[in-house]
Ligand binder design. Structure first.
Ligand SMILES: [Zn+2]
Length: 95
């Protein structure tokens, strides 16, 4: 059991960050927590919530769609290339 390095608040073993000042006890905890927050932000549920909460649903939908396309485009292009190559190979062998 140790205390928070920035405010001296008593630390509980199962806590990742200080309940008093919000300072993380370890850099790893901070990275893990931030990664989780990022994943949460990118989840389909939170995307839907953001769209519905915004005043302009249509514009929000377009924004989320653009972000989604930007995120999957690298993997997506490769997958598309594989599919096209497969179809092409199939056509060549059949014809
Ligand atoms: Zn603290």
């Amino acid at each position: 059991m140790s205390n928070c390095l920035s405010c001296g608040h008593e630390r509980h073993t199962n806590e990742l960050k200080c309940s008093q000042c919000g300072n993380y006890y370890s850099k790893i905890y901070q990275l893990l927590d931030e990664e989780e927050a990022r994943e949460e932000e990118n989840s389909f549920r939170s995307q839907c919530l953001r769209i519905f909460r915004s005043g302009d649903v249509k514009q929000a939908l377009m924004f989320e769609l653009k972000q989604f396309i930007a995120r999957v485009s690298r993997q997506g292009l490769f997958a598309l290339f594989v599919v096209i190559a497969f179809i092409f190979a199939l056509m060549v062998t059949v014809l």
